[in-house]
Design a protein around this ligand. Structure first.
Ligand code: ATP
Length: 294
């Protein structure tokens, strides 16, 4: 038997980052949205642990570890059932792109394992395993739109009746999340202990007005990411000149995302940016968290 679970990419609509703590972590106050770019993770029982990855050409498959360090394999080790597994990942989410592709695979593997062995663990138990795997993994289980605090692992769903259209432009070369945080520390040694709260963003989501949401988007990692990769600033300006309401670095980057006023608006931005960028992906959010495919 094979269980296949689909998990979505995320965009941080708000990413408030506080000063680094003594334990090396940054306190976060973030609003995530799951968007319609998906990884599918198929898990079955096997004689040995084996992992394979299939992906379209724009994905850097080389960047995905095929051994026990892959987060999907770490998820199965976390579940510790004593069985070995074949894991097949169908990737659509850019690697090291700031869209939590690894976290999506971790969440998908946890859920697939639970269903494969008919464990039917309560949500809280899966969320606790997810938090041990990484700070974005619990959100990948929950999906939709949600606020994340702490290291991102305390996830609280937010009512979001909007249908928000995005355009995502990944980069050929990933950007290391720890490197971007380190540069944040260099640029902002006096960052406040408490990360910025997403007050205006929550009001904008409730209004369902894309122009208002565009104004409220916020990412404290954008400046360090652009400082490390100035071409991201150029890309954001270009997307906005093609008609996007607002461009933003996604999480720690280097993927940039553009909020558009409608599906038609997103398609126009896709057409404009495609003249200069190889991979330009439309997406809509919010979409569901990790779920078993029929
Ligand atoms: P985030 O937005 O959560 O910071 P990201 O989208 O920037 O994450 P990922 O694609 O999740 O980055 O991958 C980060 C690193 O994790 C990769 O460079 C790779 O070495 C490692 N990795 C482990 N497992 C996976 C996986 N299943 N898919 C992608 N990368 C993985």
């Amino acid at each position: 038997m094979t269980i296949t679970v689909r998990a979505a990419a995320k965009i941080n609509l708000h990413l408030g980052v506080g000063r680094v703590r003594d334990d090396g972590f940054h306190p976060l106050d973030t609003v995530y949205q799951a968007v319609s770019l998906y990884d599918d993770v198929a898990v079955s029982v096997a004689d040995a642990d084996v992992l394979s990855v299939e992906a379209p050409p724009y994905i850097d498959v080389e960047g995905v570890p095929a051994d026990g360090t892959n987060i999907a394999m770490r998820a199965l080790a976390e579940a510790a059932c004593g069985e070995r597994h074949l894991v097949q990942i169908g990737k659509q989410i850019p690697v090291a792109g700031g869209m939590a592709g690894g976290s999506a695979d971790g969440a998908a593997a946890l859920l697939a394992h639970d269903r494969l062995h008919d464990l039917r663990q309560p949500d809280d138990a899966l969320l606790a395993q997810a938090a041990r795997l990484g700070s974005d993994v619990p959100f990948s289980l929950v999906g939709g739109t949600a606020r994340g605090r702490g290291r991102g692992e305390v996830v609280e769903p937010i009512e979001d009746h909007g249908s928000w259209w995005w355009v995502a432009v990944p980069s050929d070369v990933g950007l290391s999340t720890p490197a971007v945080y380190r540069h944040f520390d260099e640029l902002f040694p006096d960052a406040p202990e408490q990360p910025a709260e997403p007050r205006e963003l929550l009001a904008a989501l409730a209004s369902r007005e894309p122009v208002r949401l565009a104004r409220a988007l916020h990412n404290d990692l954008q400046e360090p990411a652009i400082d490390l990769r100035p071409e991201l600033g150029t890309l954001i300006e270009r997307g906005e000149s093609e008609g996007a309401l607002r461009g933003l670095v996604s999480g720690s980057g280097p993927t940039c995302v553009f909020l558009c006023d409608s599906q038609e608006g997103a398609m126009a931005v896709v057409a404009g940016l495609s003249e200069s960028y190889d991979v330009v992906l439309p997406a809509v959010g919010p979409v569901a968290g990790a779920h078993v495919l029929p």
